[in-house]
Design a protein around this ligand. Structure first.
Ligand SMILES: [Zn+2]
Length: 249
């Protein structure tokens, strides 16, 4: 029996038969891991509530034939206890978990940066007074950078001309100068652009000085960027899956 240990955050849980569950985690060393947890739905389960979404846990697995199996769980941080009780923090936290699940495409592919971003965002949601929507947007911008989708904020996305620029185009990849600006670009305020830069850099004092309008506009741009990239990722998947069947020359 081959055993391994890792620390991770529970992203998703679903039922497997009467008493078992399949747990999806983002882990420090093994990237995304899906594993079976036997007997978790019995009232006297030795895993208790530790294997719930938002749980930051240290887990021992053994390598199964089709699915790895959880054999031991220790709680590192019970983020769920505080996040679940506060609706804005809970919805921001759910978006963190769902985005991490979609960005970690390949199971077992190391994703240390993404794991650290998830654990950091949940810690901020659970233990700090920061605006949950700013915590979420900072996470989403940095998670996009992890995926290779970092938006241009202070330079032009097309010609790299230093800004700040007053036009923003989601398909172009961020801020665009007056010459490169495609039709249909948004025109966010300077405060909104500065907020996006502060969130990507982790400059919390600057981010927290911004007003409600800039925060709302920045959230809208971040959500539009993420949605655009995720839709392109979905469209490119059939091509990736077809690749192994192409005969090598
Ligand atoms: Zn340009």
């Amino acid at each position: 029996m081959s055993l391994y240990r890792d620390t991770g955050v529970v992203l998703r849980v679903h039922k497997l038969g009467e008493a078992d569950r399949i747990i999806t985690l983002i882990t420090r060393r093994h990237g995304k891991v899906r594993a079976a947890a036997r007997g978790v739905r019995r009232t006297k389960s030795r895993f208790g509530a530790r294997l719930e979404p938002f749980g930051h846990v240290d887990v021992q697995f053994y390598t199964g034939r089709t699915l790895d199996v959880v054999t031991q769980v220790q709680t590192v941080d019970a983020f769920g206890m505080t996040i679940v009780g506060d609706y804005p923090r809970y919805t921001a936290g759910c978006a963190v978990l769902e985005t991490a699940d979609r960005l970690a495409v390949e199971e077992g592919e190391p994703a240390l940066r993404l794991y650290l971003l998830v654990a950091g965002a949940l810690r901020a949601l659970a233990t700090s007074q920061r605006d949950p929507s700013l915590v979420l947007d900072a996470f989403l911008l940095r998670a996009m950078a992890f995926a290779g989708w970092a938006p241009a904020i202070l330079e032009c996305a097309r010609c790299a001309d230093p800004g700040p620029h007053r036009a923003f185009s989601v398909p172009a990849g961020g801020a665009v100068c007056a010459r490169c600006r495609p039709a249909g670009s948004a025109s966010p305020s300077g405060e909104t652009i500065n907020l996006l830069a502060a969130l990507l850099d982790g400059d919390w004092p600057a981010a927290e000085q911004t007003g409600a309008t800039a925060r709302r506009d920045a959230s809208g741009l971040v959500a539009a960027l993420l949605q655009w990239h995720l839709e392109r990722q979905l469209r490119s998947l059939p091509l990736v899956e077809r690749r192994p069947s192409v005969p090598s020359p």
